[in-house]
Design a protein around this ligand. Structure first.
Ligand SMILES: [Zn+2]
Length: 209
């Protein structure tokens, strides 16, 4: 492991944009001493002071008690998909495979939704994969695997929920610290999370020919 002095020297050599990027995206993983170095660099170079506010918010992680309170709050929000409160919200995983000849699109979506919206969406993913998943070499292997995995996942819903909610809280720590966790804020952040957070794996099988 590098000594603090070595790291300080490294940071001095970084460009402004690299320092800004670390402050925006990577501060959560840094040790306390290195956070100090990062903040010094931001100050010495006269970069935007809001970066320091952001780093402080991101690295001031929620306590277990705050997390538990937040989880109860999230469960009891209106559903960001249907806008209603028909059941508790939960984190759910949807897997969809679409393939055409040499092209295979494998999409995993993590969403926070009510039970009913989740059921509809799951059914849709199932149908799409069942009809459109098979039509490439990779799809032939991946489609039955995905359908079986989705079936098994039914028994692990609580585990999946806990993982997705924990990821959501972890990713948004800085936003919670800066903007609070009132219902409106939370609702907007979950809507945003549901729209953008998508793991997509496309593979052109041509590469393997
Ligand atoms: Zn809903």
């Amino acid at each position: 492991m590098y000594s603090v002095e070595e790291i300080r020297a490294n940071y001095k050599g970084f460009s402004n944009s690299k320092i800004e990027n670390i402050a925006r995206n990577e501060s959560k993983g840094l040790r306390k001493e290195i956070l100090g170095i990062l903040k010094e660099e931001i100050e010495n170079r006269n970069l935007d002071k809001r970066l320091i506010t952001w780093v402080d918010a991101e690295t001031n992680t929620l306590t277990d008690f705050e997390k538990q309170t937040l989880i109860r709050k999230i469960e009891n929000l209106n559903c960001p998909n249907c806008g209603q409160k028909r059941s508790k919200l939960s984190g759910q995983e949807f897997n969809t495979i679409v393939s055409v000849i040499l092209w295979c699109n494998d999409i995993t979506q993590n969403r926070i939704l009510c039970y009913y919206c989740g059921r509809n969406k799951k059914f849709k993913s199932y149908l799409i994969t069942g009809f459109a998943g098979w039509w490439s070499r990779r799809g032939i292997l991946l489609t039955p695997y995905t359908l079986v995995k989705d079936t098994i996942n039914i028994f692990f819903q609580k585990k999946i929920n806990d993982r997705i909610i924990a990821e959501f809280i972890e990713q948004n720590n800085g936003m919670f610290r800066l903007h609070g966790t009132d219902d409106e804020n939370l609702f907007n952040m979950i809507s945003w999370h549901n729209n953008d957070y998508e793991i997509q794996e496309t593979e052109e099988e041509l590469e393997n020919e």
